[in-house]
Design a protein around this ligand. Structure first.
Ligand SMILES: Nc1ncnc2c1ncn2[C@@H]1O[C@H](COP(=O)(O)OP(=O)(O)OP(=O)(O)O)[C@@H](O)[C@H]1O
Ligand SMILES: [Mg+2]
Length: 176
């Protein structure tokens, strides 16, 4: 009976996350709690995050709800987490930090992977640019993320990188 109760709890948590992640039946643009979106994305990706990767959530609970296209933001988190996890190759720390930065919310994805070589840093947001072997990457993840953040939310997507410390920073305006 205890196992069944545990299983049911886990399943309903997953279904809840899947609903939150897909935003099915929700208005596309509404006030969103970014931490709920991040948590549901992490839950959806949990099977893809290697055991050796530690996930640190450094959430600032003073971050208010903001108006946004929630399902699109979940795609951004998915792409950035996928890149970070694949860069770390099974071992390292993924840190997701949120904070208020002036008139924007900052969501930062940090990883402890090898970093991005200077000569490719200027190209990573180009469509179809990838350093992954054929069949593994399409090179569209960052292009799509950039469109969603910059074109659709009038925000900003930046990267800083050195070996062991790569950070993708998403800034989203507090007001529409
Ligand atoms: N966290 C990171 N650490 C190191 N390199 C990264 C990181 N994120 C992105 N990159 C580099 O940027 C390139 C482009 O990333 P992008 O997400 O656009 O495409 P991709 O991951 O190669 O393929 P896709 O996302 O379509 O599966 C990657 O191939 C990789 O070289
Ligand atoms: Mg990618």
């Amino acid at each position: 009976m205890n196992e069944i109760t545990d299983a049911v709890t886990r399943i309903s948590a997953l279904v809840g996350a899947a609903k939150q992640y897909s935003q099915l039946g929700r208005a596309p643009y509404h006030e969103v709690d970014l931490h709920d979106l991040l948590d549901s994305t992490l839950m959806m990706l949990s099977g893809k995050i290697a055991k050796g990767v530690t996930v640190v959530k450094d959430y600032d609970h003073a971050v208010p709800k903001i108006p946004a296209y929630a399902a699109e933001l979940n795609q951004v988190w998915t792409n950035l987490i996928d890149n970070a996890v694949s860069a770390m190759g099974g071992e390292g720390t993924l840190t997701i930090r949120t904070t208020v930065d002036g008139d924007a919310v900052l969501v930062e994805f940090g990883d402890t992977g090898p970093g991005i070589a200077d000569e490719v840093q200027g190209r990573i947001f180009e469509p179809f640019f990838t350093t992954k072997p054929p069949g593994e990457g399409t090179g569209l993840g960052l292009d799509i993320s950039h469109r969603i953040v910059v074109n659709h939310h009038h925000g900003d997507l930046r990267v800083t990188s050195r070996p062991g410390d790569t950070r993708f920073q998403v800034r989203l305006p507090l007001s529409p």
